[in-house]
Design a protein around this ligand. Structure first.
Ligand code: GDP
Ligand code: MN
Ligand code: MN
Length: 255
């Protein structure tokens, strides 16, 4: 088995209203059935016009309170609160669940690879945008493809960041191993491989985090296509099942 990952070259700086599907289509010599197109959330957000300036935000008393704890600008803290359903930690950084259910630092608000003085939010309905881009590329090519929208996140327990999936279209995001046998015939009871995140991480080897200018990568060689409706929300663990989230909330409530 072999896997091919290929940068989509020549994508310009994305502005509000840009047609990302058309740009990917124009700059990809060949798109095949079952190709997975990995797209950085940064460019999806830019095309949706989700940039803003800190000065535009009016901080609430709650934002002022948290800012006094973590030393951030209260306007920035307010922007994070505006994008969050739930706050798990306030200091030294804000770990939150964003409106789409994704747990990350600062609700994914990002200042890198955006124009000077601007901040960028994550798309509120990433699956919807993954589907719109995917369907548009399918119409142009006549091929059946999958899309993963990604963002770079830190992890608990380890230094370093990696790309993760934040939006999905037409992809089986989890490869179930439960019920399969291991090398010695033992039945696997827990293993579910988070393939969408693995692909996101692999694609980021080509994207990088800096000025490389590669916001899209074509992944070929995997058999993960589905035409069923899929949602990234299915990958987010319920709070009742999530031991770490429960511990964080317990700590917060004890304060
Ligand atoms: P994030 O992980 O979604 O926050 O995105 P990053 O800021 O890490 O960017 C991922 C890749 O996309 C890097 O190679 C960036 O240089 C590239 N990138 C970001 N914005 C643009 C853009 O507007 N145009 C192009 N061509 N590349 C971009
Ligand atoms: Mn980001
Ligand atoms: Mn990144």
């Amino acid at each position: 088995m072999s896997l091919i990952l290929k940068a989509v070259e020549n994508i310009p700086l994305i502005k509000k209203g840009d047609d990302i599907a058309e740009m990917i289509y124009q700059n990809t010599p060949e798109i095949a059935d079952k190709d997975i197109i990995v797209i950085a959330s940064t460019v999806v957000s830019k095309s949706l016009g989700l940039t803003f300036r800190e000065e535009e935000i009016v901080p609430s008393a709650e934002a002022e309170r948290i800012a006094a704890l973590n030393g951030k600008n209260p306007r920035f803290v307010q922007a994070v609160l505006d994008e969050s359903l739930e706050v798990f930690t306030e200091t030294p950084f804000m770990l939150v669940r964003n409106k789409n259910g994704h747990v990350c630092i600062n609700a994914g608000i990002d200042a890198s690879n955006v124009g000077n003085g601007l901040l960028l939010k994550l798309p509120e309905m990433p699956d919807k945008h993954a589907a719109a881009i995917g369907k548009s590329i399918e119409r142009k090519t006549g091929k059946k493809i999958s899309v993963i929208i990604t963002d770079t996140n830190g992890r608990a327990f380890k230094d370093g960041q990696t790309n993760v999936a934040v939006g999905l279209y037409n992809i089986k995001a989890i490869r179930p191993w439960i019920g399969e046998k291991d090398l010695y015939g033992k039945i696997l009871e827990i293993s579910e491989e988070a393939v969408a995140d693995e692909i996101a991480g692999a694609a980021n080897l080509i994207m990088g985090e800096g000025g490389g200018g590669v916001p899209a990568v074509i992944v070929r060689g995997l058999d993960l296509y589905t035409d069923e409706t899929v949602s990234i929300a299915d990958m987010y663990r319920n709070e009742e099942k999530d031991v770490i989230v429960r511990s964080l909330l317990k700590l917060k409530n004890e304060k």
